[in-house]
Design a protein around this ligand. Structure first.
Ligand SMILES: [Zn+2]
Length: 320
């Protein structure tokens, strides 16, 4: 470990999951911030996803940076790779990670995925227990889990105003895997029913959602909010009356932005993966996970079809 004079050693956290996984690490990041506010936090993972953390982290390094490769080998390091050479605390949420053998360096190594029945955010937070942090649930920090600034929120409101959308319901019909998606025609029927009640409705489109959005737009003409940077999207979602989506990163983002959110679950277990926030979970699948690290617990590719338009509409009308 080498530190610059007058510069506190950094905290380096490694979590290389998708957007939802990254958002579920934020309670642990908040805990580290409260515990050692003067130490820079460096996040290692997917830079596009870690961008969601905004001011909560001081620096982001890609887990694919070749200079970090020795960190992922089976031989314990005796010198830290140069991009993280000033680390005083290393938190490796990675299966099979090996703690470096470096005097004065504290290392936490924990699996990134929770055991059955344990929420991922609680699992990551509790892995910090050896540091002696206060892990009790904290009051909502200013700006919520994402620490959205007043300027960011104002930009989100302005974007909706330009699109002539006042307090809309925002639907995100995408998800990383087809088996996590409620059918596009049901989202279309949902949008039709909500709009018939006088409610403005718009779609959120992520970079991998083109086919899903096209299938929906073939059935109903709706405004589409597409390809915003993650924090700009969060600031838009923060002004929605309600967000409805699958077990997807955008659904996690909506909940983290403080928006009332309906999350449609099927083959993944909300006990571990429910978004954090004001969330109603709908799930008809009763399959439960059996071992740590298991994400898909139901083999039925049509699992999401068990949720009806009426199921979702009933909950949506109860939120308004
Ligand atoms: Zn199922």
């Amino acid at each position: 470990m080498s530190t610059q004079p007058n510069r506190p050693a950094s905290i380096v956290v490694l979590r290389a999951g998708a957007l939802g996984d990254t958002i579920l690490t934020l309670p642990a990041i908040h805990a580290l911030r409260r515990h050692v506010p003067y130490r820079p936090i460096v996040a290692v993972g997917r830079p596009d996803y870690w961008s969601v953390a905004g001011p909560l982290v001081d620096r982001i390094i890609s887990a694919d940076d070749p200079a970090l490769a020795p960190l992922f080998g089976s031989t314990p390091l005796t010198v830290l790779p140069s991009p993280i050479a000033d680390a005083g605390l290393l938190v490796l949420w990675r299966s099979g990670a090996t703690a470096p053998r470096i005097p004065g360096l504290r290392t936490i190594v924990a699996p990134p995925l929770p055991p059955p029945g344990v929420h991922a955010a609680a699992h990551l937070l509790s892995s910090l227990a050896p540091l002696g942090l206060d892990l009790s649930p904290s009051p909502a920090p200013p700006g919520g889990l994402l620490a959205l600034s007043p300027d960011e929120l104002a930009a989100g409101a302005a974007l909706l105003a330009r699109a002539d959308l006042h307090r809309p319901i925002l639907l995100h019909p995408g998800a990383g895997a087809a088996w996590k998606r409620w059918p596009a025609e049901r989202y279309a029927a949902q949008a039709t029913a909500l709009r018939a009640g006088g409610q403005p409705v718009a779609l959120i489109a992520g970079p991998a959602d083109d086919d899903t959005i096209a299938a929906l737009l073939a059935r109903i003409d709706l405004p589409v909010i597409a390809r915003l940077p993650l924090r700009a999207l969060a600031a838009v979602l923060a002004h929605a009356t309600l967000a409805i989506g699958n077990d997807s990163g955008v659904t996690h983002l909506a909940a983290a932005a403080g928006t009332p959110t309906i999350a449609l679950f099927g083959p993944t277990d909300p006990a571990s993966w429910a978004p954090l926030g004001d969330v109603r979970i709908l799930r008809r699948c009763t399959t439960v996970p059996t071992h740590q690290g298991e994400i898909r617990v139901c083999p039925d590719d049509n699992c999401m079809h068990a949720l009806t338009v009426e199921d979702v509409l009933t909950v949506a009308l109860s939120v308004e």
